[in-house]
Design a protein around this ligand. Structure first.
Ligand SMILES: [Ca+2]
Ligand SMILES: [Ca+2]
Length: 89
């Protein structure tokens, strides 16, 4: 194989790779989807409500309900679920 032949094969391969259609779907996780079922609904609101007032170490602490990551479940977390209520993945 000559250098030119190799060069042409590499270019042909590159063109083939570039021309392959790519269908990519991105799923953006919902911050307020506490139970991970791709919809922000009453179950997520209930999960935040159940953990309301808790901090790490408390029996009802749920890290997934801590929307803003400040280690306390409070009105801000509840409001975040309310803001995204009805959203889907
Ligand atoms: Ca959910
Ligand atoms: Ca919080």
């Amino acid at each position: 194989m000559t250098f030119i032949t190799i060069f042409m094969l590499v270019n042909l391969l590159a063109v083939s790779i570039v021309s392959i259609p790519i269908d990519v779907t991105f799923f953006v996780p919902l911050k307020a989807d506490v139970n991970g079922d791709c919809i922000v609904d009453i179950f997520d609101l209930a999960a935040v409500g159940k953990a309301f007032g808790s901090q790490p170490g408390d029996a009802n602490w749920n890290p997934d309900a801590d929307m803003n990551g400040d280690n306390i479940i409070n009105i801000i977390d509840l409001a975040t679920v309310g803001k995204e209520f009805g959203s889907t993945c």
